[in-house]
Design a protein around this ligand. Structure first.
Ligand code: NA7
Length: 535
């Protein structure tokens, strides 16, 4: 690995996750002087920062990788759902194979980006004190770039160690023999809890809302098996572009209410046994639009899960009779033995709905029920999803307009790429694009190709400036909300809706279909990039 220099360039990409690395490759291929900067020591995006024990992807191989043949032909995975170490190794392989290293600067954080209208370029500074200019600013920060640590009184007085899962020490941290408290039961909380239960002297899991977790059914992969499977990769990668989530398949074309109980159960059981997120993305067509259809899925999930929870007293807390929210309107997570760990003597569950946290003191966490003694607190408390990563950079557009101010009351964007008032800025995998609803590599390829084509068109036609028009932006922003209101997503308090961050405005932050998004983006391009003012 080597690190390229920081300097002026035509296109500055910020972020070395799936979107940024793909866009760098495509822009270099198209002859742009493109550079990529990232604060992490190594490429990988979330797979760099989230190195907590058990961190792994919940989309299966080969869905969670690039479709470029020179990248998959001689790459083999060890597990169906790879962990962060393997994913980081994959990113190194990608940068080697695509010869990207000399165009990447790692270990450098972009601090500010100010638009200079007279020169029509972005003036960018880094935390290392570098200053550079770029015609185009292309943030590829992902939706989980800003970790959320809730304000709990007394945290500063805690005598032990605490970490957010997304800022886990890179040197590693053993939980063996320790008393661990984990706050949060999202995907990260489930993963870290399973590891902690196997290692720690004692684990207390503090749950605010039960996670509706699905069985992962992890598999070890052999080279021979993958070589056979690779014959089918081109078809799988083509199929990814035809589904709303960017997975290998979409929902079945039938309502759960148009079939009898036996047929319903057949599909539920089939996807449950297939494992992974299939019970979510390959379920009945109206799973996420009809409350009644959704309730059938929830009841199936609840009964399956209850059968695995040894202590009946925990049934209502972990898998309530009535759904805490419609199934799948908060991100389900994948689990291996999550429901079994509660039978272990070293594992305790605290239901924060009944026993809220009062404060943290030197010895641990005080709740209404007494002290949870611990020497390690894990905050698995999620992210300021979508907008957080962009808003923490001092981005200023025309007339010194700050992006953080523009988005304070509501996130607005055209096509989930561009913001009125911020010329020559296009972000990928961010708010009002499919982002959190879409498989990362699928969205990265669709969006990366679109931005590459856009910049090529601007270059070919002699344009040096683009800006989203206000009307087009309003229409897109309202359109995402309107589509959202036809679904059950607003029925849950979730990061999809911005609910997890105190004070964050409530709105659906993701466009709920990759295929729908790709189609509209193509139409916009075919229509001369309507909605963008080109100069
Ligand atoms: P998530 O999915 O946002 O989960 C965060 C968890 O932390 C969730 O259970 C929250 O409860 C809980 N939380 C957040 N704030 C608090 C406070 N103040 N007190 C108690 N509990 C709290 O983040 P993850 O890192 O697990 O997953 C992020 C994505 O990464 C995931 O969806 C996948 O796409 C991969 P809540 O449910 O809000 O009541």
């Amino acid at each position: 690995m080597n690190n390229g220099p920081v300097g002026d360039c035509e296109a500055l990409i910020v972020g070395a996750g799936f979107s940024g690395v793909y866009l760098l490759h495509r822009l270099r291929e198209a002859g742009f002087d493109a550079r990529l900067i990232d604060a992490a020591a190594e490429p990988g995006g979330v797979w760099y920062w989230n190195c907590y024990p058990g961190a792994r992807v919940d989309s299966q191989v080969p869905i969670y990788e690039y479709s470029i043949p020179e990248l998959w032909r001689d790459w083999t995975w060890r597990e169906r759902y790879p962990g962060w170490r393997e994913l980081r190794a994959y990113f190194r392989h990608v940068c080697d194979r695509l010869s990207l290293w000399s165009h990447i600067t790692m270990g450098t954080r972009v601090a500010s980006a100010h638009w200079d209208e007279s020169e029509r370029l972005w003036r960018v500074t880094t935390d290392a004190g570098d200053m550079l200019r770029a015609r185009y600013l292309l943030p590829c920060l992902g939706f989980a770039a800003k970790a959320h640590v809730p304000e709990i009184a007394g945290l500063e007085s805690f005598a032990g160690e605490w970490h957010h899962t997304a800022h886990w020490p890179q040197r590693g941290l053993s939980m063996a023999g320790r008393k661990v408290a984990i706050i949060g039961t999202g995907a990260s909380g489930v993963q870290v809890a399973q590891e902690a239960a196997a290692e720690a002297a004692h684990v207390t899991l503090l749950q605010r809302t039960p996670i509706l977790a699905l069985p992962m059914r992890q598999e070890t992969l052999t080279i021979a098996q993958q070589e056979r499977e690779k014959l089918g990769y081109p078809a799988i990668f083509a199929a990814r572009l035809q589904t709303s989530g960017g997975f290998d398949t979409g929902s079945v074309d039938t309502s759960a209410l148009d079939v009898d109980a036996e047929a319903r159960r057949y599909l539920f059981e089939k996807q449950w046994q297939a494992g992974g997120l299939r019970f979510w993305y390959a379920n009945f067509a109206d799973l996420l639009t009809s409350e009644q259809a959704n309730r059938h899925a929830y009841d199936f999930w609840r009964d399956k899960v209850r059968a695995r929870i040894a202590d009946p007293a925990l049934h209502e807390t972990l898998a309530p009779s009535e759904p805490p929210h419609p199934f799948g309107t908060k991100r389900p997570s994948l689990e291996r033995n999550y429901y079994e760990i509660f039978a272990q003597e070293n594992v305790a569950l605290v239901d924060l709905a009944r026993t809220p946290v009062q404060r943290i003191i030197a010895e641990g966490i005080e709740t209404a029920d007494g002290l949870i003694e611990c020497d390690l607190i894990v905050f698995a408390t999620g992210f300021d999803a979508g907008r957080g990563g962009l808003m923490q950079i001092d981005i200023r557009g025309r007339n010194d307009l700050r992006l953080a101010d523009t988005w304070r009351e509501q996130v607005t964007a055209y096509l989930g790429y561009a913001v009125h008032g911020f010329p020559n800025l296009a972000y990928l995998y961010g708010p009002l694009s499919p982002s959190g609803f879409a498989n990362g590599p699928t969205a990265a390829e669709i969006q990366g190709d679109w931005v590459r084509d856009f910049l090529v068109t601007l270059r070919d036609r002699g344009f040096t400036r683009f800006e989203a028009e206000e009307d087009a932006e309003r229409e897109w922003t309202e359109g995402v909300a309107a589509i959202g209101s036809m679904t059950l997503f607003p029925r849950a308090m979730s990061w999809y809706m911005g609910d997890n961050i105190p004070g964050k405005p409530r709105q659906l932050l993701n466009y709920p279909s990759v295929i729908g998004f790709a189609k509209i983006s193509e139409d916009v391009a075919a229509d001369g990039y309507r909605g963008f003012a080109l100069a």
